[in-house]
Design a protein around this ligand. Structure first.
Ligand code: HEC
Ligand code: HEC
Ligand code: HEC
Ligand code: HEC
Ligand code: HEC
Ligand code: HEC
Ligand code: HEC
Ligand code: HEC
Ligand code: HEC
Ligand code: HEC
Length: 298
């Protein structure tokens, strides 16, 4: 069976051979010395360029990443061939982006922190791992482990009592972040330039509401929530709801808040010392925006 397969591939290679530029030898040449990698590679998505003329590597998929290999096959050693896994990050990325630059998930790549801090494509994508099957991680827990291996402090935030269920494997970092970068701060997912990935799951908070809460609309969810996890109920930034509100709605002569979007001071009938007025969202139930009441009461 394998013999027939190899013969067939060799035939395809032979037909394609004339199209190769000088210096390229074609993938069959690698087989003799790198049998395991060669065999496993036949099922890898990266074998596709071998059969598709538009990439210009017909019959020479290996060399689409490792470069022309004539020198290497003439005098085989690690020094005579390029290995993207050993190149500086920028050079390795250039190899990959030859083909991937125009994918929509890569639009933010050049400006991303990962790009700026030398986190190369090959730190997250292992081309030959498990014969190419683990080229891209799709299981939530596997992705989280990979991200957590560098972002230990962020992973610690998910161990707080109230958190999105990443440690449980029900969600992953890429539900909210695009590891390739986006046009939004902190590489958060963007489905439109102005909205965070949160709405993908929390659509009821999207609006547009007749009466917006300016904090939600202009400051975003992070004004009141810690999206990774928090010791406080509802992942709020503060222990008590009222302390979150008073950061912007304080009736203080000299506001201690440094928050940019200061809200109006609650009307005087609010006796903030009385327990009745301390749980603001008992009355202001539609805190994320209301369709009927400008005071967000219902
Ligand atoms: C005649 C045998 C032979 C052939 C044919 C051959 N290689 Fe190699 N290759 C070697 C040897 C020997 C090494 C060095 C191994 C070592 O140092 O551990 C090597 C190493 C490599 C490395 C690793 C380089 C590094 O820096 O770690 C890559 C990548 C590679 N070969 C790719 C290819 C590709 C692609 C082809 C086909 C175009 C090919 N080889 C054909 C013998 C060969
Ligand atoms: C999509 C780009 C790409 C293609 C196509 C590709 N390689 Fe690689 N290769 C890499 C990268 C990146 C590494 C470094 C290790 C890693 O990240 O998996 C590597 C490493 C190697 C090594 C060093 C040993 C190792 O496992 O680290 C050899 C040998 C090798 N490749 C041979 C081949 C052969 C033979 C082919 C074709 C059958 C091929 N490669 C196709 C990107 C590629
Ligand atoms: C010669 C063109 C070419 C080069 C160079 C190349 N790729 Fe690809 N890559 C492809 C094609 C074609 C596919 C298959 C696309 C598909 O199935 O939609 C692919 C698929 C992928 C996938 C997704 C696999 C999946 O299951 O969805 C990843 C991840 C990937 N490549 C990473 C890399 C990395 C990392 C490098 C550099 C080491 C690289 N590519 C270099 C052409 C290339
Ligand atoms: C910090 C880790 C990381 C880096 C760096 C990274 N990727 Fe990815 N990549 C991922 C993860 C995780 C996924 C799976 C995303 C998902 O399932 O939504 C992915 C998915 C992909 C895919 C499949 C299509 C898609 O977008 O889902 C391609 C192709 C790809 N990456 C190519 C690249 C290339 C090319 C580079 C370098 C320019 C790169 N990646 C850098 C982690 C990374
Ligand atoms: C190889 C180490 C490494 C891996 C793996 C890694 N990162 Fe990073 N990440 C970094 C470095 C370095 C920075 C830049 C310094 C910083 O902000 O911490 C960074 C920055 C970030 C930022 C901050 C962006 C900003 O502009 O503030 C986010 C978000 C991020 N990474 C998400 C992820 C996600 C999601 C994954 C998994 C898919 C991941 N990282 C995997 C090293 C890594
Ligand atoms: C529920 C959505 C969500 C999930 C899941 C998520 N993040 Fe974030 N992350 C955010 C938001 C929103 C910000 C921006 C916070 C801000 O600007 O105050 C952020 C900021 C960051 C930053 C930069 C600021 C910092 O705290 O260092 C890094 C790095 C980061 N996230 C990494 C990760 C990693 C790694 C994972 C997975 C373990 C992850 N995030 C999962 C929403 C999320
Ligand atoms: C992939 C889906 C998904 C995304 C994206 C997402 N969430 Fe969530 N979120 C959930 C689920 C599911 C729950 C409730 C179940 C749980 O405890 O995990 C939840 C719960 C919450 C809670 C309430 C926690 C509690 O203790 O009641 C807050 C607040 C929250 N999310 C804010 C955010 C913010 C802010 C973002 C964007 C930065 C975001 N979420 C993105 C799925 C998501
Ligand atoms: C002005 C502060 C503030 C902002 C900004 C804010 N929230 Fe909230 N959110 C709260 C408060 C307070 C609660 C708790 C309500 C309660 O205790 O009844 C809450 C509760 C939640 C809950 C759990 C209960 C529910 O209503 O589903 C989710 C989910 C949530 N917020 C998501 C978001 C998302 C997504 C954003 C961004 C679009 C956001 N929040 C922005 C204050 C805010
Ligand atoms: C990040 C700052 C910020 C936080 C935190 C915040 N708000 Fe606001 N809030 C605003 C701003 C700004 C307005 C718009 C004020 C205006 O129209 O002048 C507003 C408007 C309101 C209004 C409607 C008033 C009107 O006339 O439009 C109510 C009611 C309100 N907030 C209650 C709350 C409650 C309750 C909390 C706590 C759960 C809270 N806010 C947290 C900034 C904030
Ligand atoms: C017992 C119910 C109740 C509680 C608890 C409550 N409020 Fe109110 N609040 C109201 C009502 C009713 C109005 C509308 C008054 C009116 O129509 O003029 C209002 C109005 C407001 C306004 C709008 C002021 C304006 O000029 O438009 C703000 C801001 C506000 N409340 C903040 C808060 C904050 C912050 C808390 C928690 C510390 C809180 N409220 C607790 C009932 C309540």
């Amino acid at each position: 069976m394998r013999g027939i397969e190899v013969l067939f591939l060799a035939a395809v290679g032979a037909m394609a051979q004339p199209a190769l530029p000088p210096g390229y030898v074609g993938s069959e040449a690698c087989q003799a010395c790198h049998q395991d990698i060669y065999d496993a590679f036949q099922k890898s998505p990266h074998n596709a360029p071998a059969a598709d003329k538009k990439y210009g590597f017909t019959g020479a998929a290996c060399e689409s990443c490792h470069g022309p290999a004539q020198k290497h096959t003439d005098s085989p050693s690690a020094e005579t061939i390029s290995n993207p896994g050993k190149l500086p990050a920028a050079a390795a990325d250039k190899v990959c982006l030859t083909c991937h630059l125009n994918q929509h998930t890569q639009v933010g790549r050049l400006e991303s922190s990962h790009m700026k801090d030398q986190v190369s494509c090959t730190s997250c994508h292992k081309v030959h791992a498990n014969g190419g099957h683990d080229l891209v991680l799709r299981k939530a827990s596997a992705i989280n482990n990979q991200c957590a291996s560098c972002h230990l402090n962020v992973w610690a935030q998910f161990q707080r009592p109230n958190h999105h269920k990443l440690p449980e494997g029900a969600m992953s970092c890429v539900d909210c972040h695009n590891p390739h970068g986006t046009i939004r701060p902190a590489m958060t997912q963007s489905f439109a330039a102005s909205e965070p990935g949160c709405f993908n799951c929390h659509g009821d908070k999207r609006g547009p509401f007749t009466f917006e809460h300016a904090a939600v609309k202009f400051e975003g969810c992070g004004a009141c929530h810690e999206p990774h996890g928090s010791a406080n109920p509802r992942m709020l930034t503060r222990q008590e709801v009222r302390l979150v509100c008073l950061e912007c709605h304080a009736n203080l002569p000299n506001p201690v808040s440094t928050n940019s979007a200061l809200g109006v001071v609650p009307p005087s009938f609010h006796d903030l010392r009385s327990p009745r007025f301390q749980n603001c969202t008992v009355c202001h139930q539609k805190i994320h925006g209301s369709y009927v009441d400008r005071n967000l009461l219902r």
